[in-house]
Design a protein around this ligand. Structure first.
Ligand SMILES: [Zn+2]
Ligand SMILES: [Zn+2]
Length: 180
């Protein structure tokens, strides 16, 4: 791990610039840095809520007791951010809801409400889509097996009927020739 990190302000996952709100630069145990939003999304997809698997080196980082936003911020990247963004906002992550909340004073919260809401919508739709892929698949398979039978029901019945006719004809003709 080199100490001299250049000012790489892009998250390696989403290629978005870091900021001091939902895209705060969070350092994992391995030293790799990703934005909070991506880590939250990864945590939503993972079966293990208590740890984050680094997508670059697959090292495990235990999620702090107080939640994902309590992970340390990357001081190198922070120092590269504009001065107004040097202070990271207090963020709360709810895994149950799949949402990141921005904490703040009441007036600040009212002001930010609109912005935060649109963020929620995008987070919810993306994490929920990827979070439960097994359910619709099994439904589809069931549907297919039901439709396959109903579509081919008459074909199968007719085929069996024709085969039985042939067997009957064969047996009766053998009977006829034997009798002669
Ligand atoms: Zn990111
Ligand atoms: Zn790593």
């Amino acid at each position: 791990m080199s100490e001299e990190k250049s000012c790489d302000l892009e998250c390696a996952i989403c290629f978005s610039n870091y900021n001091n709100v939902f895209r705060a630069p969070k350092v994992l145990n391995c030293g790799h840095t990703f934005c909070l939003e991506c880590l939250a999304r990864m945590n939503m997809k993972s079966n293990v809520a208590e740890a984050i698997l680094c997508p670059l080196c697959r090292d495990l980082t235990v999620v702090p007791k107080d939640g994902l936003p309590k992970l340390g911020n990357d001081p190198n990247i922070l120092s590269c951010l504009p001065e107004a963004m040097q202070r990271i906002h207090s963020i709360h992550f709810s895994r149950d809801k799949g949402m990141l909340f921005k904490k703040g004073s009441r007036s600040q919260r009212m002001k930010e409400k609109k912005k935060v809401k649109t963020f929620f919508v995008s987070t919810v739709s993306q994490s929920l889509d990827v979070g439960h892929p097994a359910e619709p698949d099994s439904h589809r398979q069931q549907d297919q097996s039901c439709c396959w039978w109903s579509h081919n029901k008459w074909f199968i019945i007719v085929t069996i009927f024709v085969i039985l006719m042939f067997v009957g004809l064969l047996i009766s003709s053998i009977w006829f020739f034997m009798g002669r």
